[in-house]
Design a protein around this ligand. Structure first.
Ligand code: ZN
Length: 173
């Protein structure tokens, strides 16, 4: 059986800025009001014969939304982002998180942003595609701590109304 949670109606939203380096229109800093739909498939189980408790799914998803809300999202594994004092293939991400300022260049343009205004993500892009994968994997591992009856977790990250990307994380071997 499958359960569905609608991000707009359940307030699973966040508003963030990002850049898609190298893209002709999305290569500039801009923002989206994102919302996150969740679909979970599994056997009904436990005292109440739930697939999963809605409260858990909404709670975990909201926590993830809150970590990204009102920040500039920076994909540290993007090939076009050159950090001044940080090397993503050698240094710990904590160095960036704990630094005062993140200094980087994209195609010759220089950026200097307070680190506390940013969320550094171990991703190549902060596209809807990558963010849906990020959410699905985080949510699946969190749910797997409590549930053993689930077969998949799908997340649709929507960049506003009318466009989103879905990623399905399987929980079966
Ligand atoms: Zn965008």
């Amino acid at each position: 059986m499958k359960i569905l949670i609608n991000g707009i109606q359940s307030n699973l939203r966040f508003s963030s800025a990002h850049i898609i380096p190298g893209h002709s229109s999305c290569g500039f800093i801009h923002g989206h009001s994102y919302f996150v739909d969740v679909e979970i498939e599994g056997e009904r189980a436990g005292e109440f014969e739930f697939v999963v408790d809605f409260k858990d799914v909404k709670g975990y998803t909201k926590e993830l939304c809150n970590t990204l809300d009102h920040r500039l999202l920076i994909p540290i594994f993007n090939d076009l982002i050159e950090f001044k004092e940080f090397n993503p293939s050698e240094d710990s991400i904590d160095e960036l998180v704990n630094s005062k300022v993140a200094r980087f260049k994209i195609a010759g343009k220089g950026y200097s942003v307070p680190s506390e205004d940013c969320v550094f993500l171990e991703l190549p892009y902060t596209s809807a595609e990558e963010l849906s994968k990020y959410f699905a994997e985080k949510l699946a591992s969190k749910l797997a701590e409590k549930y053993d009856n689930l077969t998949s977790v799908s997340v649709c990250v929507n960049e506003g109304i009318g466009q989103g990307a879905v990623y399905t994380k399987s929980l079966v071997e």
